[in-house]
Design a protein around this ligand. Structure first.
Ligand code: GLN
Length: 444
């Protein structure tokens, strides 16, 4: 019955929203029959979910919203998918994204637009726009996204849901189609902080298949979520840029902080002096890693091949036709930044700046337990409104620093501005997702 209802809801709603690239109706019905006969085993039993289409699902098409992977059917599953299946949750489909995760509006998908469920003229954010919209429109109770520079937190803010980017290494990246490997991290979209705790619990922990996954113990996120926030120190960043910040967003964030103060949290001022360089740093590091990661799409090993007279011609045609504009732009920026003669001037400097940004956070966390900022400078914008790539990049200023430092961050809905939801972001110490969930829960 639930399986039919879920599919019916998706069939009805998704015609307008466009959150899903693939819906696996047959498998949902099969699982339903199978679960009907099984013993319920925990809170995730039979819960439908969606995955951003850059997470591999054995036997089910995985495209990263790119033409180059148009008919790619992975022979194996990502660890996150496998872990969710192990809890008896049920995958209903794969959601839209900016091609390979490159973008902030899901407009860079090679296949379709995804609309913001609050306003069909507005973008859902990105790059995990499909997952955010699917949860916001209540087509599924949770979905996973990936966050390289804000791709979980920003669409969560735009669509009025909770989005959590865990600490780098907390969740296995095995089977996630790589964008920038030192920044990528998988995390949940949910309606509530409590749901986020359940999902994070299910997907976290060491994975021998991902050499960067951490062996550190996983906290009990669920049991501690209602712990008191009395005495918790919330850091407000004195020197974070407010350029382009919508006054309505600033107001909503200030009000949310007041609510937490009433609950007993204490507000302190902290400084992140190098955060002003975070966007510039990210847009060297991320394209550099992307240019290397995307070299595997050569027409031989994966997906699409466009024939040519010679091997080189085959490569060129495959990649020219297979990649979209934004992906090509990133490959060119990354290849340039890594080339000899420029490496020291760009890539090396960016890595040095990354260290300074990480050190800023270390110093700030001596004075506070979480750092608060808006998630994004404005509510969701209209389709086509940010067609200048540089303008689009600059909007990531609040989310990118946490990726560069490897820290966990959560976006929680904190009000409406111009009829659209806005989010407040909390960034925490490494592996302290527990505190982020507590503060999100206390605020809700
Ligand atoms: N908007 C950023 C970019 O385009 C972040 C994307 C992401 O987190 N995947 O790179």
């Amino acid at each position: 019955e639930w399986a039919e209802k879920t599919l019916l809801a998706i069939r009805g709603m998704d015609k307008q929203i466009g959150a899903f690239l693939t819906v696996d109706e047959d498998r949902v019905m099969e699982s339903a029959v199978h679960l009907d006969e099984a013993q319920p085993n925990g809170r995730m039993f039979g819960v439908p979910y969606a995955l951003k289409d850059n997470m591999c699902t054995a036997g089910l098409k995985t495209t990263a919203a790119s033409r180059i992977l148009e008919n790619y059917i992975p022979p194996y599953s990502s660890t996150v998918h496998q872990r969710l299946l192990d809890t008896s949750a049920v995958l209903v489909g794969k959601t839209n994204l900016d091609e390979f995760g490159m973008g902030s509006s899901t407009e860079n998908s090679a296949y379709q637009l995804t609309r913001n469920p609050y306003n069909f003229e507005a973008v859902p954010g990105g790059s995990s726009g499909g997952s955010a919209a699917a949860v916001a429109a209540r087509m599924v109770p949770f979905a996973l996204g990936s966050d390289t520079g804000g791709s979980i937190r920003q669409p969560a803010a735009f669509c009025g849901v909770v989005g959590l980017k865990p600490t780098y290494g907390r969740v296995s990246r095995y089977g996630l189609i790589a964008f920038a490997s030192s920044l990528d991290q998988i995390g949940p979209f949910t309606q509530t902080a409590e749901d986020a705790a359940y999902v994070l619990q299910a997907i976290s922990g060491h994975d021998p298949l991902d050499s960067t996954s951490s062996p550190a113990d996983v906290d009990d996120y669920v049991t501690h979520i209602s712990d008191d926030v009395r005495g918790l120190r919330i850091g407000i960043v004195r020197d974070m840029s407010t350029e382009g910040l919508h006054p309505g967003v600033q107001d909503a964030v200030n009000k949310a902080v007041k609510v937490l103060e009433k609950a007993g949290a204490q507000v302190v001022e902290v400084s992140l002096p190098h955060s002003q360089y975070a966007v510039a740093t990210y847009y060297l590091v991320a394209p550099a890693e992307a240019s290397s990661n995307l070299s595997r799409y050569d027409g031989v090993r994966y997906g699409r091949r466009v024939a040519g007279e010679t091997l080189i011609e085959m490569y060129e045609r495959t990649r020219s036709e297979g990649f979209g504009m934004e992906v090509k732009r990133r490959i060119m920026i990354g290849t340039y930044a890594l080339s000899s003669g420029y490496y020291d001037a760009y890539y090396l400097r960016a890595q040095q700046m990354r260290t300074l940004i990480r050190q800023d956070y270390q110093a700030a966390f001596e004075q506070c337990d979480v750092i608060v900022t808006p998630t994004a400078p404005t509510p969701a914008f209209r389709f086509g409104e940010n067609s200048d790539p540089l303008q689009m990049y600059l909007r990531d200023l609040y989310t990118i620093p946490a990726n560069l430092a490897g820290l966990p961050g959560i976006s929680v809905p904190c009000g409406m501005v111009d009829g659209l939801p806005v989010g407040i972001q909390f960034v925490g110490r490494p592996f302290d997702e527990k505190t982020l969930l507590q503060i999100a829960y206390a605020y809700e």
